[in-house]
Write a protein that binds this ligand. Structure first.
Ligand SMILES: CC(=O)N[C@H]1[C@@H](O[C@@H]2[C@H](O)[C@H](O)[C@@H](O)[C@H](O)[C@H]2O)O[C@H](CO)[C@@H](O)[C@@H]1O
Ligand SMILES: [Zn+2]
Length: 302
């Protein structure tokens, strides 16, 4: 099936796409646009929140990746996304793992595997994405900012691979064997609005919830995954699809608990908490904007 307008999303692990872009993806599918998701690893090193599945863990049967392959298939069905691809094929690059630094940000695990995504050769990884870009020919690309949102090494690497592949795919003389050159018109980085985050935290604290997003003060300093509102370029209002996003998140029981902070915020703030998804523009001209100065559509101006 061919689509006039095509969005490509690049993410590191299964579930990242729903957290960052689930409502946008569901909306754009419903609007008749092409939505292609590339996931760089299967999340083999993840935690397991379902006790009866703990045997799948990396340090036991090491079958969490296979299980999360099923989870993301379920989540894509909920969102209506029919074009999901693994970078280099399933299992080509492995989840690098992570641990928390004393200062609260993510750093690579100590003993990363030899095919960990964090250790991948950037050009080798980017070439797989060049081939996908030249096949899909998207007008819009969305991925992480340079810090990978909250700093996970695989998110940082996914940002690097996505931005590098977008450049390479457009070069006519580069790897002609990977397809005809294609220039992506607009590139965005996923963002979380500071004002929305503060309002959400305020609602949680007013409701007596001091554990969700523990340690975060509605009026205090916020972690680096929050973007100052003046740096936002687009707000995709997909509140009509927020239930799909939450249902897609429920498809990841090993990673997301329905009594965790994600759902707590949704329960307290409502559909605006996760039904409006924000973006920073990196490449391309801003199209039509609303009164708040933000685009409402990533394809605006194309
Ligand atoms: C949302 C996301 O990127 N999840 C990653 C992340 O998961 C975290 C990790 O397991 C950490 O040890 C936990 O404390 C934290 O709660 C988890 O969110 O890192 C995993 C390992 O690389 C990855 O599989 C998961 O998708
Ligand atoms: Zn992730």
């Amino acid at each position: 099936m061919s689509f006039d307008q095509r969005l490509l999303l690049v993410h590191a692990h299964p579930d990242d796409e729903c957290i960052g872009n689930g409502a946008t993806m569901a909306k754009y599918v419903a609007d008749g646009r092409g939505v292609t998701l590339v996931t760089c690893t299967a999340g083999e090193m993840g935690e397991i929140l379902v006790p009866e599945l703990e045997h799948l863990a990396a340090d036991k049967e090491d079958r969490l990746g296979e299980h999360r392959k099923g989870e993301i298939a379920n989540a894509m069905q909920v969102l209506g996304v029919t074009d999901h691809r693994w970078l280099g094929g399933f299992g080509r690059f492995r989840d690098s793992g992570m641990k928390w630094h004393d200062d609260g940000y993510a750093i690579p695990a100590d003993d990363i595997h030899d095919n960990a995504f964090w250790a991948a050769d950037l050009t080798v990884a980017a070439d797989y994405l060049v081939e996908i870009i030249r096949d899909v020919r998207p007008q819009v690309l969305a991925t992480y900012d340079p810090f990978g949102g909250y700093g996970h090494p695989d998110h940082i690497q996914a940002h690097r691979v996505a931005m590098y592949a977008a450049q390479l795919a457009a070069v006519p003389s580069y790897r002609k064997d990977l397809g005809e050159p294609w220039e992506i018109a607009k590139i965005y980085w996923n963002a979380m609005s500071e004002s929305r985050m503060r309002a959400g935290l305020r609602a949680l604290r007013d409701a007596g919830d001091s554990t969700s997003f523990e340690g975060m003060d509605p009026d205090g300093p916020l972690p680096p995954f929050v973007t100052a509102d003046e740096n936002l370029a687009a707000a995709v209002d997909a509140q009509d699809h927020v239930e799909q996003k939450l249902d897609a998140l429920r498809a990841y029981p090993t990673q997301v608990t329905t009594d965790g902070p994600f759902f707590a915020l949704s329960n307290n703030v409502g559909s605006t908490a996760w039904g409006i998804e924000y973006y920073r523009i990196v490449k391309g001209e801003l199209g039509e904007r609303g009164e708040d100065g933000l685009e409402t559509d990533l394809f605006a101006g194309i």
